[in-house]
Design a protein around this ligand. Structure first.
Ligand code: ATP
Length: 307
């Protein structure tokens, strides 16, 4: 019997070494039912290693990983409760979409009608009888999601489910995640897409070199790490003096198509005087405040550049 005590996922001081390579160096976090938990980090940070441990495919060198109160590693009692969407397609390419789903439905003891329902819901009904090798990347990803949802698991683990997809295909997957969360299920989402994480995730963890560098709600991280700025777009007057240009530090201004965009820290003491000076330099077109983005925080806490 599966204990439904919270949290749905509990990871404690997880260490994983491949020979001498330390892939995870003491990771701890919990994910609660109804939560979308984002897992972000540069290439090689340890995301896939974590996912393999959560999915029960790999054992930690030390520490513990529990899903719904049970040890994750090779635990058949969890198979009914866990759905996993891997980044790489591991579908049977020669079989059709419906055959792929029926095969897994039989393994889970789920009626074939559930496969039909999912194919319909994910806009794959028309292509249901075509071999999967003829599917586009977006279609394969949707079929992988159908397969993971066949047995209506309580916990869904997704490894970069939208990587390489166009915005329309990605939005279908975003809607699926949102629907699933609203049913009170738990979603662990590894992604490189900061906008996706910001929109979908209740909390995010930034992983760097096998350690969690920051973990919180996206808004809280933006407040903590971000330096809010005032963004002013200006059409400079011909008379704008070189002296006025030089008084503004180069990392606060950019030129594009004859327009100047200034980014002035909101909390600097002489902000009022700077805005007055800008007014005398030309015509102000727009002025608005901007929080730090998750992308900026990613660079700050991991020191890595986004692709
Ligand atoms: P990416 O975003 O590129 O998929 P990741 O965050 O998923 O990266 P992992 O694949 O978990 O990172 O790798 C973490 C570290 O462990 C890397 O240094 C990687 O080279 C190493 N590693 C992963 N799998 C193995 C393995 N089977 N044998 C040896 N080293 C490995």
């Amino acid at each position: 019997m599966i204990a439904m005590a919270e949290p749905a996922i509990a990871v404690e001081n997880l260490v994983k070494k491949y020979g001498k390579t330390p892939a995870l160096q003491g990771i701890s976090f919990q994910v609660y039912p109804g939560e979308v938990f984002g897992y972000l980090g540069p290439n090689g940070a340890g995301k896939t290693t974590t996912i393999r441990i959560l999915a029960g495919l790999s054992s930690p060198t030390s520490g513990s990983c529990r899903i719904l109160g049970q040890a994750a590693f090779r635990n058949p009692a969890l198979y009914r409760h866990l759905g996993v969407v891997f980044e790489e397609s591991n579908l049977y390419e020669r079989l059709s979409g419906i055959e792929n789903l029926r095969f897994f439905a039989a393994l889970h003891g789920v009626p074939g009608t559930r496969a039909q329902e999912l194919l319909q819901a994910y806009d794959l009904a028309q292509a249901a009888k075509r071999p999967v090798r003829t599917y586009s990347k977006g279609m394969k990803r949707r079929l992988l999601i159908c397969r993971a949802l066949l047995h209506d698991p309580e916990v869904l683990i997704m490894d970069e489910p939208t990587s390489g997809l166009d915005p329309t295909s990605a939005s279908v997957i975003h809607a699926a995640i949102d629907t699933y969360r609203k049913q009170g299920k738990t979603i662990f989402l590894s992604t490189h897409d900061m906008a996706e994480a910001e929109t979908l995730c209740d909390r995010v963890a930034f992983l760097n070199q096998g350690r969690i560098a920051a973990l919180d709600q996206p808004k809280a991280l933006m407040r903590r790490y971000g330096q809010p700025v005032v963004v002013v777009q200006l059409k400079p007057s011909a008379a704008m003096s070189e002296a006025a240009k030089e008084s503004i530090s180069p990392d606060q201004v950019s030129w594009e198509d004859g327009m100047l965009t200034f980014r002035l820290p909101l909390d600097q003491p002489n902000l009022g005087a700077q805005l007055d000076q800008l007014r005398s330099c030309g015509e102000i077109l727009t002025i608005h405040t901007q929080e730090a983005s998750l992308g900026q925080i990613f660079r700050q806490v991991t020191g890595a550049k986004l692709d």
